[in-house]
Each structure stands twice: as C-alpha cells, then as structure tokens.
Write a protein that binds this ligand. Structure first.
Ligand SMILES: [Zn+2]
Length: 94
C-alpha cells in the first residue's frame, strides 16, 4: 500500500519516444521529454527551449503540443558543455 502511494507522489514524466526518426541526425534516435532533458543536462527547461531555438538541440513537437528532444543531440550538447567547463576551470597547467 505504502509503496503505491509513494509511486503516485513521483512526478509523472511523459514517456520517451523510441525509436523515432530524427530528420536532423538522419537516423533513428530516442526522443526524451523536455523535463528529462533538463534533468540530464542539469539545466532548466527554459535553457532547453533556448537550445532548441538556437538549434543546438533537435526537437519535435507532438500533436498534443509536448516537445521532445533528440537524445543524440542532447548527448553532444552535454559533452560540449563539459569540455567547455573543463577548459574554463583548468587553464594551462604549465
Ligand atoms: Zn537528432
């Protein structure tokens, strides 16, 4: 009983869409909801929308109006961010 109550308290995320054809990647990818993309990349949902606008993330919009992010583009974006952060925090050690 308690476990069920606990599960109901969890925020409900929209299901991932996979496999899904990303026309930008030109391949089948996993599409994840904005909220999950924000969680993975540790930024706000607003930042995710901003990345969609400047095309660093590939996104689709379902008929219900929900946005989904191409996981391949998100992974690349997170990697780029990590590299940039590393470059900024550890300047030349020589
Ligand atoms: Zn893509």
């Amino acid at each position: 009983m308690d476990k069920i109550t606990e599960r109901l308290k969890q925020p409900v995320l929209p299901q991932r869409l996979a496999p899904y054809w990303c026309s930008v990647c030109g391949k089948l990818v996993t599409m994840i909801p904005i909220e999950e993309a924000a969680m993975i990349s540790k930024v706000s949902a607003e930042a995710i929308y901003h990345k969609i606008e400047n095309r660093s993330l590939h996104a689709i919009r379902t008929s219900s109006g929900a946005h989904f992010i191409c996981l391949a583009s998100l992974t690349q974006s997170v990697l780029r961010q990590a590299i940039n952060a590393k470059n900024l925090s550890s300047p030349d050690k020589h």
